[in-house]
Design a protein around this ligand. Structure first.
Ligand SMILES: [Zn+2]
Length: 162
């Protein structure tokens, strides 16, 4: 899913406990739960296209996504004024970490597997979870419906904030 949805989920989690380690672990775990649900951005880039064309698309998606996180962070910190706002950043970091590693693997390409075997193994698990329904059931929802679906999740998490 898009990072803004992962961020909203982590924000809800950061309000449930004062334990930063727990916020980290649960936010990290929540990433995979959300990625497991079919959500339309599994095929964001066309792998047959040249790497630089794929990169440009991913770059813009990541830029818009990051900007949304920026806006959301300001909104949350100002409107909800959480007492332990550090927990928000712990959750945010943990929830987007798997996709940061994905980004790194994309940028480093072949070097990634060679230089970071542990991260490569992790990235494989991430990818396996992300494409589960597509691989097992050939089920993939189009991006435009995926966006509506993800907006639904985002609003649901927003409504859970206290
Ligand atoms: Zn992911």
């Amino acid at each position: 899913m898009f990072l803004i949805v992962h961020t909203a989920a982590a924000t809800v989690i950061s309000q449930q406990t004062g334990n930063p380690m727990l916020v980290f672990l649960m936010s990290f775990f929540s990433h995979f739960v959300l990625d497991f649900i079919p959500h339309g951005d599994e095929k964001l880039t066309d792998k047959t296209q040249p790497k630089n064309v794929q990169f440009r698309k991913l770059f813009w998606v990541a830029t818009i996504d990051s900007f949304l996180i920026f806006l959301f962070s300001i909104y949350y910190l100002l409107m909800f004024a959480p007492t332990h706002y550090g927990l928000f950043f712990v959750g945010l970091g943990a929830a987007i970490l798997p996709d940061l590693i994905s980004g790194l693997s994309f940028v480093l390409n072949g070097k990634f597997n060679k230089d970071y075997p542990w991260l490569a193994k992790f990235q494989n698990i991430h990818k396996t979870i992300h494409t589960f329904f597509e691989r097992k059931l050939n089920f993939l929802i189009p991006l435009k419906y995926g966006l509506i679906w993800q907006a639904f999740f985002f609003l649901m998490f927003l409504s859970l904030l206290k």
